[in-house]
Design a protein around this ligand. Structure first.
Ligand code: GDP
Ligand code: MG
Length: 164
């Protein structure tokens, strides 16, 4: 069976935008309103002769902070059980927030391979100082990505396929 790679992270960090960029079509709905992604959406992805199944995750309810956190925990638990590699997506424009820390520690304890994506790094060149905060998540080197422009997606996939 193909390896499974799950994309997890807070609402609105750009998971669906990244998913669509990586699979090269628009299967997943991108929206400014948190919570528009259906529960789980699957797409085929290929990189350096590796074929794998990419999974986008999200919630379906109108969000409150509590609902966001409980859905994130559930998505992270499902990803830990079913994925071979997990991409945790975070948002440069928000910095590291408490729920990032919580999910990062769940993922860390799972011993699954994790790739840390810092999305919305839209400008090319030296990363913003805020970028270095993401080392505090304890998941190794963050990868700077702009899912809108496509910058950094190759570096991200290089890290993912190293775990296959
Ligand atoms: P999700 O809830 O994590 O699936 O996030 P979405 O993919 O729906 O994106 C939420 C919002 O962030 C949308 O308005 C996207 O256009 C925007 N977005 C996603 N990726 C980027 C990026 O790399 N740069 C910028 N500036 N905005 C982004
Ligand atoms: Mg989404």
């Amino acid at each position: 069976a193909k390896p499974v790679v799950a994309i997890v992270g807070r609402p609105n960090v750009g998971k669906s935008t990244l998913f669509n960029k990586l699979i090269g079509s628009r299967l997943s709905i991108v929206d400014d309103t948190p919570g528009v992604t259906r529960d789980r959406i699957y797409g085929d992805c290929e990189w350096l002769n590796h074929n794998f199944l990419l999974v986008d995750t999200g919630g379906i309810e109108p969000y409150s902070t509590d609902v966001i956190l409980s859905q994130m925990r559930t998505q992270a638990e499902i990803a830990i059980e079913t994925a071979d590699v997990i991409i945790l997506v975070t948002d440069l424009k928000c910095g590291v927030v408490a729920s990032d820390m919580e999910v990062a520690s769940m993922l860390q304890k799972s011993n699954k391979p994790i790739v840390l994506c810092v999305n919305k790094c839209d400008s090319i060149g030296a990363p913003d100082p805020e970028f270095y905060e993401f080392y505090n998540l304890g998941l190794g080197d963050p990868i700077a990505v702009s899912s809108v422009h496509g910058h950094g997606t190759g570096d991200l996939l290089d890290e993912v396929v190293k775990f296959f």
